[in-house]
Design a protein around this ligand. Structure first.
Ligand SMILES: Nc1ncnc2c1ncn2[C@@H]1O[C@H](COP(=O)(O)OP(=O)(O)OP(=O)(O)O)[C@@H](O)[C@H]1O
Ligand SMILES: [Mg+2]
Length: 256
């Protein structure tokens, strides 16, 4: 059974003008995969992640995680599902300004009632893994963008989620920090077998994935798998993006 199944997923935002953000989107993700989602601005990438995350409701179709539909849960169960099974990383980091690095990272464990001693142990492990040990007492405003995003990733994975969802995680980073963040996510995927679903405009970031799914107008357009080399995968991604059309910022001409 696939870890994640997206079945004919449709999302229409009603309003003065109804917008179809997702249109019978269909794909699945196996346990341990690292899947990128690419497509022009407005093609439904964020909507997809939000529906998978139960932040948003589908209009039609369904999502299934390990065979269960998280949208069928009641409110409390849904909150637990998000807290236990999912990790989120956003473009804007979304750290809490008044908490230190270690408090931000440990927050999901404390909310979940994990004993302090166990939380402390996991905190030290994850901070070491993400090279944040020297920053533990600092506040977000005292960090670089890369350090902020590593803190956000630490917070997203400290509870060993079944699925890590990332929406443009490198969108606010310079290319060096973006490379560090991508190496890190790909190491987490390889070493801990954390399944990752990541939306990105950045072809270099996407070249770290094991597969990239392209969406257009909320529909599945195509997918490509990484072969032996990240360099040639990068080139295939660029070629697919130019076929796909869309805005020029999709075309990153920086070599990986
Ligand atoms: N809350 C909302 N209310 C109404 N329309 C929305 C809402 N969120 C998204 N949309 C519309 O749904 C479509 C898909 O938006 P979405 O944010 O998923 O695109 P995206 O692929 O993430 O774009 P980008 O690359 O710019 O982040 C767009 O037409 C957008 O205007
Ligand atoms: Mg988006």
């Amino acid at each position: 059974m696939a870890l994640l199944e997206v079945n004919q997923l449709t999302k229409i935002y009603e309003g003065k003008v109804a917008r179809t953000a997702l249109d019978h989107l269909q794909f699945s993700v196996e346990e341990g995969e690292f899947v990128g989602i690419m497509g022009p601005s407005g093609s439904g990438k964020t909507t997809l992640l939000n529906v998978v995350a139960t932040i948003d409701e589908p209009t039609a179709g369904s999502v299934s995680l390990r065979g269960h539909d998280p949208h069928a849960l009641n409110k409390e169960e849904m909150a637990l599902f998000r807290r236990r099974e999912l990790g989120f990383v956003f473009q804007q980091f979304n750290l809490l300004d008044t908490l230190t690095v270690e408090e931000n990272i440990a927050l999901p464990l404390l909310l979940d009632g994990i004993p302090v001693q166990e939380a402390e142990q996991r905190l030290q492990q994850v901070m070491q893994k993400l090279s944040l040990s020297a920053n533990e007492g600092q506040f977000p405003y005292e960090l670089s963008g890369g350090q902020m995003q590593r803190t956000a990733i630490a917070r997203a994975i400290i509870h060993h989620p079944a699925l890590l969802l990332a929406d443009e995680p490198t969108g606010n980073l310079d290319s060096k920090s973006a490379g560090d963040v991508m190496s890190l996510i790909s190491a987490l995927n390889a070493e801990e077998r954390t399944t990752v679903l990541m939306a990105t405009h950045d072809a270099v970031a996407a070249s770290y994935c094991s597969r990239v799914i392209f969406v257009k107008d909320g529909k599945f357009y195509n997918e490509i798998y990484k072969g032996d080399s990240r360099q040639s995968f990068f080139q295939s991604i660029i070629d697919m993006l130019s076929l796909l059309g869309g805005d020029i910022r999709d075309l990153s001409f920086v070599r990986p």
